[in-house]
Structure formats: structure tokens, C-alpha cells
Design a binder for this molecule. Structure first.
Ligand SMILES: C[S@@+](CC[C@H](N)C(=O)[O-])C[C@H]1O[C@@H](n2cnc3c(N)ncnc32)[C@H](O)[C@@H]1O
Length: 363
């Protein structure tokens, strides 16, 4: 059986076992043995609890993106290496990593969504001896790895955003479904898309659509939302946006940017990504690889800026005559050019079309 543990926001304590990853009594211990721990930068104390899963999932609807490129970029090789997937989803990339690494390869998988962990549990069933799956936001990456002795690691993968399973699960992510306006990856989190759409002041809502959706018509859409409040479902929201903007805006559905903005804010995606990238530096061994698949320009910018900044010798303003910052580069950008899926992959998996792969190596 896989060890399935939950790292969620909770009261002021954390279970911190310095135990073997394969210790099957870990889950049982986690239920009863807690000790106080300050998490510093991460901010919120964690609680780790065992969760139960059914493992009964149909995995036919999510196709992992750029799998060969991801495995190559992580430089997966035999010899007992240790990898972390921060966005486990249904486990496709993780299965490829474990398969390529062979016996002795270890993998820690995180996902904020318990249903993703259930799906991954069945995908990775044949690797149960070498796999640890944890329900956790990757903003808690460092503490999750340290708690479970995953340090240092040889590769860390982020495959950002949502999976096709989530898109089709009736959780309000898709404007093509009529589902409650939820959009949370972690169902125990309080804030939903409905809260934002129905309760945020006009100026805040417009700012969110503009900043996170890069929506030029944010004010017009917001005014129309306010006229139609309360909105209960994704279909209702999509129709309101359509009515504000009129039909065809090229290839994009008129509600695409609005839905993206709400999803990013509900899940604090950009903020969590920036935090987790910084934590990854503290976990990778020298020569270890950071591999990130992103699907829209805002998240790609966070990744690109992070790698660029961490690769520089000096962060002083350009006019400073002598370096005063003493910045020490921590990353080497493996390729300056971003990688993208092949035309064949885009044809067989249209959802891969916006993917961008960036790779950096820990110095
Ligand atoms: C694109 S899917 C990953 C698919 C996976 N790589 C595969 O090949 O099967 C992204 C997953 O990341 C999870 N996720 C997104 N943001 C997260 C965060 N901040 N912390 C943890 N999981 C997150 C989502 O719940 C989703 O399951």
C-alpha cells in the first residue's frame, strides 16, 4: 500500500517523523504523534494526517504533456535517485519517472487535491514500495520534503495548473459545463470562485480580471457580473461574460480569461509558485534539475524571471558601478530557449498546445 498522508493547513502542530519513507506504520503514527514546529517562511503551521482513498479511478481522460522531454530534462537515470513531483495529478509523469529510473528510484508526489491523489494511487500501484504521496499545497514543499527525509533531491517537477480530470469533474473550472462555481484544488479551502464573483467589490473584481486574466474588458465584464449577481454556476458566468463581450473573439472563448483569473486567485497559484520555486533551491543537490511545465504567460513569466534571477552573478541595478549585492548564482539555465510540444503531440493532445517547458540545474 502507498503511504498517503495529508499536509493541510491546520492548528499549531506538525507530525515530523524522521523515519524511513517505506515505514508502513508512518500513517498510523501520524494520527497520534504530533510535535510543535515553527515553519518560518511557509507561514502557516501544518498538520499531517493520514487520508483514506478508494483508488478507483478511470484515468483515460488526462494525457501527460511532453513526457519524454520531462524525463530527459530531469536526467532520470538508474541508481536510486530521488525525485519530487509537486503537481502529481493522476500520476502520469511520476509513472514515467519511476519507470525510467528503475529499481531503487524514489518519488515523493504532492497534490492539493485529494481526488488527484486517489487517481495517482492507482496509476502508481506497481511502484508502491518507492512512492510517497502527500496531499499538500506545494507552497509547503520544503517542509514536506524535510519531514519525510527527501533531502537532497535529484529532480523537482512542476506541471502547473489543472488536469483534465479536474476540468471535467463538475467543479466549475470549465465554462463548457454547468457546475457550481468552485474552482478549488483543495476542497477544504474556504474561498471559492462563487465567493469572489458574488461578494467582491466591483473594483477588486475588475482588478482581478485585469491582472490575472490580462482581460482588457475587465470593467465591462465586472459591471455585467454585478448586474446579474448572484451567479451560481460556471455556465451562468460564461453566459454573462459572453453577453458583456458579444460573440467571437478569435479562437478563444470570451470567458477564457475570466475563468483563468478566478482560478489563479482562488488557488493563489502565482504566489504559491513563486514560493515553491524558492524552496526547491534548498532541496536540490548540486547538479539536480528543476523542470517546470507552464501553460499560460503569467505562470511562465514567474518561472522565467526566477531562473533568470537565480542564474545571475549580480542583482545590482544596471548603473551601479561596483557590485554591492554579493549575489551568488544558484541555477544554470539548461536551455535559454523554452521547449514546446511537437506538432504531433499537439495533434494527439490539443490541451498540450500552450505548454512551455523550462529547465534549470542547481549549481
Ligand atoms: C496538470 S496536473 C498534473 C498532471 C501530472 N503531471 C500527470 O502527468 O499526470 C496539475 C496538478 O497540480 C495540482 N496543483 C496545482 N496547484 C497546486 C499546488 N499549489 N499545490 C499542490 N498541487 C497543485 C492540481 O490539483 C493538479 O492535480
Amino acid at each position: 500500500m502507498l503511504d498517503l498522508l495529508q499536509v493541510g493547513l491546520g492548528p499549531t502542530c506538525i507530525y515530523s517523523p524522521q523515519k524511513s519513507l517505506r515505514d508502513t506504520s508512518l500513517a498510523a503514527q501520524a494520527a497520534c504523534e504530533y510535535r510543535a514546529l515553527s515553519i518560518g517562511e511557509v507561514g502557516t503551521p501544518l498538520r499531517i494526517n493520514p487520508i483514506r482513498t478508494t483508488g478507483d479511478h478511470n484515468l483515460t481522460t488526462h494525457l501527460s504533456v511532453m513526457v519524454d522531454e520531462v524525463v530527459d530534462s530531469l536526467r532520470v537515470a538508474p541508481g536510486g535517485r530521488r525525485y519530487v513531483e509537486c503537481t502529481l495529478g493522476p500520476g502520469g509523469h511520476s509513472a514515467a519517472v519511476l519507470g525510467a529510473g528503475g529499481p531503487g528510484t524514489q518519488l515523493l508526489g504532492l497534490d492539493a487535491d485529494p481526488s488527484a491523489l486517489e487517481a495517482a494511487q492507482s496509476t502508481l500501484a506497481s511502484y508502491s514500495e518507492s512512492t510517497l504521496l502527500i496531499q499538500a499545497n506545494f507552497s509547503h514543499l520544503e517542509i514536506a520534503c524535510k519531514t519525510h527525509g527527501y533531502l537532497p533531491v535529484d529532480g523537482i517537477l512542476f506541471d502547473l495548473g489543472m488536469s483534465s480530470l479536474q476540468l471535467e469533474a463538475g467543479r466549475g473550472f470549465s465554462f463548457q459545463e454547468d457546475a457550481p462555481l468552485d474552482m478549488r484544488y483543495d476542497p477544504s479551502q474556504k474561498l471559492t470562485a462563487a465567493d469572489i464573483v458574488n461578494h467582491y467589490p466591483e473594483a477588486d473584481l475588475a482588478r482581478i480580471l485585469y491582472k490575472y486574466g490580462e482581460e482588457r474588458h475587465a470593467r465591462r465584464i465586472t459591471r455585467r457580473i454585478l448586474e446579474n449577481r448572484p451567479l451560481a454556476t460556471s455556465r451562468e458566468l460564461a453566459e454573462v461574460v459572453e453577453s458583456a463581450l458579444g460573440g467571437g473573439r478569435g479562437r478563444l472563448h470570451p470567458a477564457t480569461r475570466t475563468f483563468l483569473a478566478l482560478r489563479l486567485v482562488v488557488n493563489q497559484e502565482l504566489e504559491n509558485l513563486a514560493s515553491a520555486l524558492g524552496q526547491a533551491l534548498n532541496l536540490l543537490r548540486p547538479g539536480g534539475r528543476l523542470v517546470v511545465l507552464s501553460y499560460h504567460s503569467l505562470e511562465d513569466r514567474v518561472v522565467k524571471d526566477f531562473i533568470r534571477r537565480e542564474s545571475r552573478q549580480c542583482l545590482c541595478p544596471s548603473r551601479t558601478p561596483v557590485c554591492l549585492c554579493n549575489h551568488i548564482p544558484t541555477l544554470w539555465p539548461v536551455s535559454r530557449k523554452v521547449m514546446a510540444p511537437t506538432p504531433q503531440e499537439i495533434k494527439s493532445n490539443p490541451r498540450s498546445r500552450s505548454a512551455k517547458l523550462r529547465v534549470a540545474e542547481r549549481l
